[in-house]
Design a protein around this ligand. Structure first.
Ligand code: GMT
Length: 377
Protein backbone atom coordinates (compact mmCIF):
# COMPACT_ATOMS: atom_id res chain seq x y z
CA UNK A 1 0.00 0.00 0.00
CA UNK A 2 1.07 3.57 -0.59
CA UNK A 3 0.42 5.38 2.69
CA UNK A 4 0.80 9.00 3.77
CA UNK A 5 1.48 9.45 7.49
CA UNK A 6 0.88 12.92 8.94
CA UNK A 7 2.38 13.59 12.36
CA UNK A 8 4.15 16.03 14.64
CA UNK A 9 7.88 15.57 14.16
CA UNK A 10 8.81 16.30 17.78
CA UNK A 11 9.66 14.12 20.78
CA UNK A 12 5.99 13.79 21.83
CA UNK A 13 4.48 10.32 21.98
CA UNK A 14 2.18 10.77 18.98
CA UNK A 15 5.09 11.59 16.68
CA UNK A 16 7.09 8.67 18.05
CA UNK A 17 4.22 6.21 17.50
CA UNK A 18 3.55 7.53 13.98
CA UNK A 19 7.20 7.29 13.00
CA UNK A 20 7.79 3.82 14.47
CA UNK A 21 4.58 2.61 12.81
CA UNK A 22 5.66 4.02 9.44
CA UNK A 23 9.12 2.47 9.70
CA UNK A 24 7.64 -0.95 10.61
CA UNK A 25 5.15 -0.76 7.70
CA UNK A 26 7.98 0.19 5.31
CA UNK A 27 9.90 -2.85 6.46
CA UNK A 28 6.90 -4.98 5.51
CA UNK A 29 6.97 -3.56 1.98
CA UNK A 30 4.47 -0.70 2.21
CA UNK A 31 5.52 2.66 0.75
CA UNK A 32 5.45 5.26 3.46
CA UNK A 33 5.36 9.02 2.95
CA UNK A 34 5.88 11.04 6.14
CA UNK A 35 4.33 14.50 5.88
CA UNK A 36 5.29 17.04 8.54
CA UNK A 37 6.88 20.47 9.04
CA UNK A 38 10.21 18.95 9.98
CA UNK A 39 11.83 15.53 9.73
CA UNK A 40 10.43 13.30 12.53
CA UNK A 41 13.06 12.86 15.24
CA UNK A 42 12.62 9.09 15.43
CA UNK A 43 13.22 8.78 11.67
CA UNK A 44 16.86 8.10 12.29
CA UNK A 45 17.81 7.03 8.81
CA UNK A 46 16.16 6.84 5.44
CA UNK A 47 15.49 3.30 4.40
CA UNK A 48 13.85 1.62 1.49
CA UNK A 49 10.18 2.55 0.99
CA UNK A 50 10.35 5.71 3.12
CA UNK A 51 10.14 9.28 1.91
CA UNK A 52 9.58 12.56 3.66
CA UNK A 53 7.59 15.55 2.39
CA UNK A 54 8.15 18.80 4.22
CA UNK A 55 5.34 21.27 4.81
CA UNK A 56 6.90 24.71 4.37
CA UNK A 57 5.00 27.60 5.89
CA UNK A 58 6.50 30.84 4.66
CA UNK A 59 6.79 33.73 7.04
CA UNK A 60 4.54 36.32 5.37
CA UNK A 61 4.39 39.59 7.35
CA UNK A 62 0.64 40.02 6.83
CA UNK A 63 -0.07 37.08 9.12
CA UNK A 64 0.51 37.20 12.86
CA UNK A 65 -0.22 33.48 12.81
CA UNK A 66 0.85 31.50 9.75
CA UNK A 67 -2.00 29.32 8.38
CA UNK A 68 -0.27 25.94 8.84
CA UNK A 69 -3.44 23.91 8.36
CA UNK A 70 -4.04 25.35 4.88
CA UNK A 71 -0.46 24.75 3.79
CA UNK A 72 -0.70 21.20 5.15
CA UNK A 73 -3.96 20.59 3.23
CA UNK A 74 -2.33 21.81 0.01
CA UNK A 75 0.68 19.59 0.64
CA UNK A 76 -1.59 16.59 1.20
CA UNK A 77 -3.38 17.28 -2.08
CA UNK A 78 -0.03 17.44 -3.85
CA UNK A 79 1.44 14.28 -2.27
CA UNK A 80 -1.75 12.20 -2.71
CA UNK A 81 -1.95 13.20 -6.38
CA UNK A 82 1.66 12.84 -7.42
CA UNK A 83 2.67 9.91 -5.23
CA UNK A 84 -0.65 8.17 -5.95
CA UNK A 85 -1.39 7.43 -2.30
CA UNK A 86 -4.02 4.86 -1.32
CA UNK A 87 -4.58 6.19 2.17
CA UNK A 88 -3.76 8.97 4.63
CA UNK A 89 -3.19 8.14 8.29
CA UNK A 90 -3.14 11.24 10.47
CA UNK A 91 -1.85 11.18 14.04
CA UNK A 92 -3.29 13.74 16.48
CA UNK A 93 -6.60 15.32 15.53
CA UNK A 94 -5.53 18.96 15.67
CA UNK A 95 -5.10 20.17 12.95
CA UNK A 96 -4.25 17.00 11.03
CA UNK A 97 -7.74 15.50 10.81
CA UNK A 98 -9.40 18.67 9.55
CA UNK A 99 -6.53 19.29 7.10
CA UNK A 100 -6.98 15.74 5.76
CA UNK A 101 -10.73 16.31 5.38
CA UNK A 102 -10.07 19.52 3.43
CA UNK A 103 -7.58 17.70 1.15
CA UNK A 104 -10.08 14.89 0.65
CA UNK A 105 -12.76 17.35 -0.50
CA UNK A 106 -10.40 19.16 -2.88
CA UNK A 107 -9.30 15.87 -4.41
CA UNK A 108 -12.91 14.69 -4.75
CA UNK A 109 -13.50 17.64 -7.13
CA UNK A 110 -10.74 16.18 -9.29
CA UNK A 111 -12.20 12.69 -9.21
CA UNK A 112 -9.64 11.33 -6.71
CA UNK A 113 -10.98 9.38 -3.75
CA UNK A 114 -8.57 9.34 -0.79
CA UNK A 115 -9.72 7.89 2.54
CA UNK A 116 -8.15 9.06 5.81
CA UNK A 117 -7.79 7.45 9.22
CA UNK A 118 -7.43 9.59 12.35
CA UNK A 119 -5.58 8.28 15.39
CA UNK A 120 -6.40 10.14 18.60
CA UNK A 121 -3.47 10.34 21.00
CA UNK A 122 -4.59 12.17 24.10
CA UNK A 123 -4.09 15.87 24.53
CA UNK A 124 -5.88 16.46 21.20
CA UNK A 125 -8.99 15.21 23.03
CA UNK A 126 -8.43 15.73 26.73
CA UNK A 127 -6.66 19.07 27.00
CA UNK A 128 -6.78 21.00 23.78
CA UNK A 129 -9.85 19.17 22.61
CA UNK A 130 -11.93 20.32 25.56
CA UNK A 131 -11.18 23.95 24.74
CA UNK A 132 -14.54 25.02 23.35
CA UNK A 133 -12.91 26.97 20.53
CA UNK A 134 -11.74 23.69 18.96
CA UNK A 135 -14.76 21.55 19.73
CA UNK A 136 -16.90 21.93 16.56
CA UNK A 137 -13.96 21.32 14.22
CA UNK A 138 -12.68 18.28 16.12
CA UNK A 139 -16.15 16.76 16.36
CA UNK A 140 -16.66 17.31 12.64
CA UNK A 141 -13.23 15.91 11.67
CA UNK A 142 -13.71 12.82 13.86
CA UNK A 143 -17.13 12.14 12.39
CA UNK A 144 -15.90 12.67 8.83
CA UNK A 145 -12.79 10.46 9.12
CA UNK A 146 -13.09 7.16 7.26
CA UNK A 147 -11.93 5.41 10.43
CA UNK A 148 -10.88 6.59 13.88
CA UNK A 149 -8.63 4.85 16.37
CA UNK A 150 -7.78 5.73 19.97
CA UNK A 151 -4.64 4.53 21.76
CA UNK A 152 -6.50 3.23 24.84
CA UNK A 153 -9.98 2.32 26.06
CA UNK A 154 -9.77 5.26 28.41
CA UNK A 155 -9.14 7.72 25.55
CA UNK A 156 -11.94 6.17 23.50
CA UNK A 157 -14.34 6.71 26.41
CA UNK A 158 -13.11 10.30 26.96
CA UNK A 159 -13.73 11.05 23.29
CA UNK A 160 -17.27 9.67 23.49
CA UNK A 161 -17.88 11.61 26.71
CA UNK A 162 -16.67 14.98 25.44
CA UNK A 163 -17.59 15.07 21.77
CA UNK A 164 -20.79 14.35 19.89
CA UNK A 165 -19.37 11.34 18.11
CA UNK A 166 -21.72 9.47 15.78
CA UNK A 167 -19.33 6.80 14.58
CA UNK A 168 -17.21 3.86 15.74
CA UNK A 169 -13.85 4.39 17.42
CA UNK A 170 -11.49 1.41 17.47
CA UNK A 171 -8.87 0.96 20.16
CA UNK A 172 -5.43 0.10 18.83
CA UNK A 173 -2.91 0.46 21.65
CA UNK A 174 0.55 1.93 21.29
CA UNK A 175 3.43 -0.48 20.92
CA UNK A 176 7.14 -1.14 21.36
CA UNK A 177 9.42 -3.31 19.30
CA UNK A 178 10.61 -6.37 21.24
CA UNK A 179 10.66 -9.57 19.17
CA UNK A 180 12.82 -9.13 16.12
CA UNK A 181 14.34 -5.92 17.44
CA UNK A 182 17.77 -5.78 18.93
CA UNK A 183 17.15 -5.62 22.67
CA UNK A 184 19.52 -2.99 24.01
CA UNK A 185 22.12 -4.42 26.38
CA UNK A 186 22.63 -2.74 29.73
CA UNK A 187 25.42 -0.24 29.12
CA UNK A 188 27.56 -1.05 32.19
CA UNK A 189 30.02 1.73 31.42
CA UNK A 190 27.26 4.34 31.27
CA UNK A 191 25.78 2.92 34.50
CA UNK A 192 29.16 3.26 36.22
CA UNK A 193 29.55 6.80 34.92
CA UNK A 194 26.13 7.87 36.11
CA UNK A 195 26.18 6.00 39.41
CA UNK A 196 29.83 5.32 40.28
CA UNK A 197 29.06 4.04 43.77
CA UNK A 198 26.30 1.71 42.64
CA UNK A 199 23.58 4.19 43.55
CA UNK A 200 20.06 3.28 42.38
CA UNK A 201 19.08 5.10 39.19
CA UNK A 202 15.60 6.62 38.86
CA UNK A 203 14.57 7.94 35.44
CA UNK A 204 11.92 10.23 34.02
CA UNK A 205 11.28 11.00 30.35
CA UNK A 206 8.84 13.66 29.19
CA UNK A 207 8.29 17.03 27.57
CA UNK A 208 8.16 18.66 31.03
CA UNK A 209 4.74 20.25 30.64
CA UNK A 210 2.40 20.92 33.60
CA UNK A 211 0.46 17.70 32.91
CA UNK A 212 3.60 15.66 33.73
CA UNK A 213 3.76 16.96 37.36
CA UNK A 214 7.53 17.34 37.38
CA UNK A 215 7.31 18.69 40.90
CA UNK A 216 6.08 15.25 42.01
CA UNK A 217 8.99 13.58 40.20
CA UNK A 218 11.57 15.51 42.24
CA UNK A 219 9.64 15.17 45.49
CA UNK A 220 9.43 11.39 45.09
CA UNK A 221 13.14 11.35 44.34
CA UNK A 222 13.81 13.52 47.42
CA UNK A 223 12.01 10.99 49.66
CA UNK A 224 13.92 8.07 48.12
CA UNK A 225 17.20 9.96 48.45
CA UNK A 226 16.58 10.33 52.21
CA UNK A 227 16.52 6.52 52.48
CA UNK A 228 19.34 5.48 50.14
CA UNK A 229 21.99 6.70 47.71
CA UNK A 230 20.24 7.36 44.40
CA UNK A 231 20.52 9.33 41.18
CA UNK A 232 17.75 11.01 39.18
CA UNK A 233 18.03 10.97 35.37
CA UNK A 234 15.93 13.59 33.61
CA UNK A 235 15.56 12.82 29.91
CA UNK A 236 13.84 15.18 27.46
CA UNK A 237 13.21 18.89 27.76
CA UNK A 238 10.38 21.36 28.27
CA UNK A 239 9.09 24.31 30.28
CA UNK A 240 9.07 22.74 33.78
CA UNK A 241 12.49 21.12 33.70
CA UNK A 242 14.14 24.21 35.11
CA UNK A 243 11.84 24.10 38.15
CA UNK A 244 13.02 20.55 38.85
CA UNK A 245 16.63 21.67 38.70
CA UNK A 246 15.90 24.55 41.08
CA UNK A 247 14.17 22.21 43.54
CA UNK A 248 17.20 19.90 43.52
CA UNK A 249 19.57 22.82 44.11
CA UNK A 250 17.49 24.20 46.96
CA UNK A 251 17.34 20.79 48.61
CA UNK A 252 20.98 19.81 48.22
CA UNK A 253 20.22 17.16 45.60
CA UNK A 254 22.03 18.75 42.66
CA UNK A 255 24.93 16.27 42.77
CA UNK A 256 22.48 13.42 42.33
CA UNK A 257 20.65 15.00 39.42
CA UNK A 258 21.66 14.13 35.85
CA UNK A 259 19.97 16.27 33.23
CA UNK A 260 20.46 14.49 29.92
CA UNK A 261 18.08 16.57 27.75
CA UNK A 262 16.82 15.37 24.38
CA UNK A 263 18.75 12.15 23.91
CA UNK A 264 17.92 10.27 20.71
CA UNK A 265 18.57 6.75 22.01
CA UNK A 266 16.21 6.83 25.01
CA UNK A 267 15.78 3.05 24.94
CA UNK A 268 19.55 2.61 25.34
CA UNK A 269 19.84 5.07 28.25
CA UNK A 270 16.79 3.59 29.99
CA UNK A 271 18.48 0.21 30.32
CA UNK A 272 20.68 1.60 33.11
CA UNK A 273 17.67 2.69 35.19
CA UNK A 274 16.24 0.78 38.17
CA UNK A 275 12.94 2.61 38.32
CA UNK A 276 10.86 4.93 36.13
CA UNK A 277 8.56 7.70 37.43
CA UNK A 278 5.39 8.86 35.63
CA UNK A 279 3.21 10.74 38.14
CA UNK A 280 1.24 12.60 35.40
CA UNK A 281 -2.00 14.47 35.96
CA UNK A 282 -3.26 12.68 32.87
CA UNK A 283 -1.98 10.23 30.26
CA UNK A 284 -4.14 8.72 27.57
CA UNK A 285 -1.66 5.86 27.38
CA UNK A 286 1.80 6.62 28.82
CA UNK A 287 4.13 5.54 26.04
CA UNK A 288 7.12 6.66 28.12
CA UNK A 289 6.17 4.09 30.78
CA UNK A 290 5.81 1.35 28.17
CA UNK A 291 9.23 2.18 26.70
CA UNK A 292 10.73 2.01 30.20
CA UNK A 293 9.08 -1.38 30.81
CA UNK A 294 10.42 -2.63 27.46
CA UNK A 295 13.88 -1.72 28.77
CA UNK A 296 13.13 -3.86 31.86
CA UNK A 297 12.43 -0.92 34.18
CA UNK A 298 9.50 -1.07 36.65
CA UNK A 299 7.22 1.99 36.77
CA UNK A 300 5.87 4.10 39.62
CA UNK A 301 2.97 6.01 38.13
CA UNK A 302 -0.32 7.70 38.76
CA UNK A 303 -3.46 5.72 38.01
CA UNK A 304 -4.97 8.22 35.61
CA UNK A 305 -6.40 7.83 32.09
CA UNK A 306 -4.94 4.90 30.14
CA UNK A 307 -1.97 4.23 32.44
CA UNK A 308 -3.68 1.30 34.26
CA UNK A 309 -4.07 -0.40 30.86
CA UNK A 310 -0.26 -0.34 30.54
CA UNK A 311 1.27 -0.46 34.03
CA UNK A 312 -0.11 -3.26 36.21
CA UNK A 313 -0.22 -2.56 39.95
CA UNK A 314 2.06 -4.87 41.95
CA UNK A 315 3.34 -6.53 38.77
CA UNK A 316 5.13 -4.14 36.40
CA UNK A 317 5.25 -1.40 39.04
CA UNK A 318 2.85 0.44 41.32
CA UNK A 319 0.04 2.93 40.74
CA UNK A 320 -1.17 5.68 43.08
CA UNK A 321 -3.70 8.49 42.95
CA UNK A 322 -2.58 11.62 41.12
CA UNK A 323 -0.59 13.81 43.52
CA UNK A 324 -0.11 11.13 46.18
CA UNK A 325 3.64 11.68 46.32
CA UNK A 326 3.88 9.94 49.68
CA UNK A 327 2.42 6.69 48.35
CA UNK A 328 4.55 6.84 45.20
CA UNK A 329 7.69 7.42 47.29
CA UNK A 330 6.74 4.55 49.63
CA UNK A 331 6.35 2.20 46.67
CA UNK A 332 9.59 3.39 45.08
CA UNK A 333 11.51 2.78 48.31
CA UNK A 334 9.86 -0.64 48.71
CA UNK A 335 11.09 -1.79 45.28
CA UNK A 336 14.54 -0.23 45.52
CA UNK A 337 15.29 -1.53 49.01
CA UNK A 338 14.48 -5.14 48.22
CA UNK A 339 16.92 -6.52 45.64
CA UNK A 340 14.87 -9.69 45.11
CA UNK A 341 11.68 -7.70 44.49
CA UNK A 342 13.54 -5.31 42.19
CA UNK A 343 14.85 -8.15 40.00
CA UNK A 344 11.40 -9.78 39.91
CA UNK A 345 9.68 -6.50 39.01
CA UNK A 346 12.22 -5.79 36.27
CA UNK A 347 11.40 -9.15 34.67
CA UNK A 348 7.66 -8.62 35.11
CA UNK A 349 7.85 -5.10 33.64
CA UNK A 350 9.52 -6.55 30.55
CA UNK A 351 6.91 -9.34 30.41
CA UNK A 352 4.08 -6.78 30.54
CA UNK A 353 5.73 -4.69 27.78
CA UNK A 354 5.83 -7.78 25.56
CA UNK A 355 2.02 -7.71 25.36
CA UNK A 356 2.41 -4.45 23.42
CA UNK A 357 4.97 -5.84 21.00
CA UNK A 358 4.60 -4.30 17.57
CA UNK A 359 4.15 -7.82 16.20
CA UNK A 360 0.75 -7.92 17.91
CA UNK A 361 -0.26 -4.37 17.03
CA UNK A 362 0.90 -3.88 13.42
CA UNK A 363 -1.58 -6.42 11.97
CA UNK A 364 -4.42 -4.47 13.61
CA UNK A 365 -3.43 -1.34 11.67
CA UNK A 366 -2.87 -3.28 8.45
CA UNK A 367 -6.27 -4.93 8.71
CA UNK A 368 -7.93 -1.54 9.27
CA UNK A 369 -6.05 -0.04 6.29
CA UNK A 370 -7.23 -2.86 4.02
CA UNK A 371 -10.84 -2.48 5.12
CA UNK A 372 -10.79 1.30 4.68
CA UNK A 373 -9.12 1.18 1.24
CA UNK A 374 -11.49 -1.57 0.05
CA UNK A 375 -14.44 0.34 1.51
CA UNK A 376 -15.47 -2.62 3.62
CA UNK A 377 -15.09 -0.73 6.89
O1 GMT B 1 2.34 13.38 26.49
C1 GMT B 1 2.48 14.35 25.76
O2 GMT B 1 2.53 15.44 26.25
C2 GMT B 1 2.63 14.22 24.28
C3 GMT B 1 1.44 13.59 23.65
C4 GMT B 1 1.60 13.55 22.15
O3 GMT B 1 0.60 13.64 21.49
O4 GMT B 1 2.66 13.45 21.59
O5 GMT B 1 1.28 12.29 24.20
C5 GMT B 1 0.02 11.69 24.12
O6 GMT B 1 0.15 10.66 23.15
C6 GMT B 1 1.03 9.59 23.54
C7 GMT B 1 1.13 8.61 22.39
O7 GMT B 1 -0.10 8.06 22.06
C8 GMT B 1 0.51 8.94 24.83
O8 GMT B 1 1.36 7.88 25.21
C9 GMT B 1 0.46 9.99 25.94
O9 GMT B 1 -0.10 9.41 27.09
C10 GMT B 1 -0.40 11.17 25.49
N1 GMT B 1 -0.26 12.24 26.47
C11 GMT B 1 -1.27 12.63 27.26
O10 GMT B 1 -2.37 12.11 27.22
C12 GMT B 1 -0.94 13.71 28.22
Amino acid sequence: MNIGIVCYPTYGGSGVVATELGMALAEKGHHIHFISYSQPVRLRSFRENISYHEVNVSDYPLFDYQPYELVLSSKLVDVVKYEKLDLLHVHYAIPHASAAFMAQQILKEEGIDIPFITTLHGTDITLVGKDQSFEPVITFAINKSNAVTAVSNSLRQDTLDHFKVNRAIEVIPNFVCIEGCESPEIDEELKRNLAPKGEKIIAHVSNYRKVKRIDDVVRIFHSVRKEMPAKLLLIGDGPDRHEAEMYCRENGLEKDLMVLGKVKDTEHVLTVADLFLLPSEFESFGLAALEAMAAGVPVISSNTGGIPEVNKHGFSGYLSNVGDVEDMAKNAIKILQDEKLLIQMKLQAFGQAKKFDILNILPQYESLYTKVVNKTY
